[in-house]
Design a protein around this ligand. Structure first.
Ligand code: NI
Ligand code: MN
Length: 228
């Protein structure tokens, strides 16, 4: 699979059998993004870890324009239906589903649940992460989260872990390095940092904290990681 970073927590992914996926689409107002949402004309799936704008802002428009299936929490899928997207796939934490490209499980995260654009407050949800079991890579996007002991349950199930290191809104580098201890992935990509003043971090310092426990790939927006 090929994974391209677009800054903050946003990724696009092409699986070995050609499925085109975007995770946490925040392109147009993302100060670190290398592309705008309009650069994607066709997508198969869009995964959203939670409803905060910096993960969800372009989700509805991108879903409508590209014909993708939006996958998120049950509540966000209900909100999408209200906004004219009848095909969203709702999940809940602990549940997995066999998509055509591989199985995806929704994993716990400890974080806020507001849904951006929901004036009613009816669709407040819980934040999550995703574990993608692709034929050639097991990929974990942690979403926005504190360090949680539930991450210990992922040990042995993850090849590439996308972990927030920004601090303030999510775990910082020290806790993210502890998450590496819990999960034991082969590769770690730090995310959710250097987008705003409040989440400035040095990925080299994080690399030193992780040491020999995993390979840290600090991707710049626009860079692609191929795995294996
Ligand atoms: Ni958030
Ligand atoms: Mn966030």
């Amino acid at each position: 699979m090929k994974l391209t970073y677009h800054g903050h927590s946003t990724f696009s992914l092409v699986t070995s059998d050609g499925a085109r996926i975007v995770i946490d689409p925040w392109f147009d107002e993302n100060p670190r993004a290398d592309v705008k949402s309009t650069s994607f004309s066709k997508l198969d799936f869009i995964f959203c870890t939670h409803g905060h704008g910096d993960h969800f802002a372009d989700a509805l428009s991108l879903t409508k324009r590209t014909g993708a299936t939006l996958v998120s929490s049950h509540e966000i899928a209900q909100f999408a239906a209200l906004k004219g997207i009848q095909t969203a796939h709702g999940m809940s934490i602990g549940g997995g589903f066999a998509f055509p490209f591989g199985r995806v499980k929704m994993t716990p995260a400890l974080h806020g649940g507001m849904v951006d654009g929901d004036e009613s407050g009816r669709f407040t949800t819980i934040a999550a992460g995703f574990l993608f079991s692709l034929p050639d890579c097991r990929l974990y996007h942690a979403g926005d989260t504190a360090l949680i002991t539930d991450m210990q349950l992922l040990e042995g199930q993850v090849d590439v872990a996308l972990l927030p290191i920004g601090d303030n809104y999510t775990m910082g580098p020290e806790d993210a390095a502890r998450a590496v201890d819990f999960i034991r992935p082969k590769v770690v990509v730090p995310i959710h940092y250097n987008t705003f003043d409040m989440i400035q971090q040095d990925p080299e310092a994080f690399r030193e904290m992780v040491g020999s426990r995993a390979r840290v790939e600090a991707l710049e927006p626009g860079e692609t990681l191929a795995y294996p």
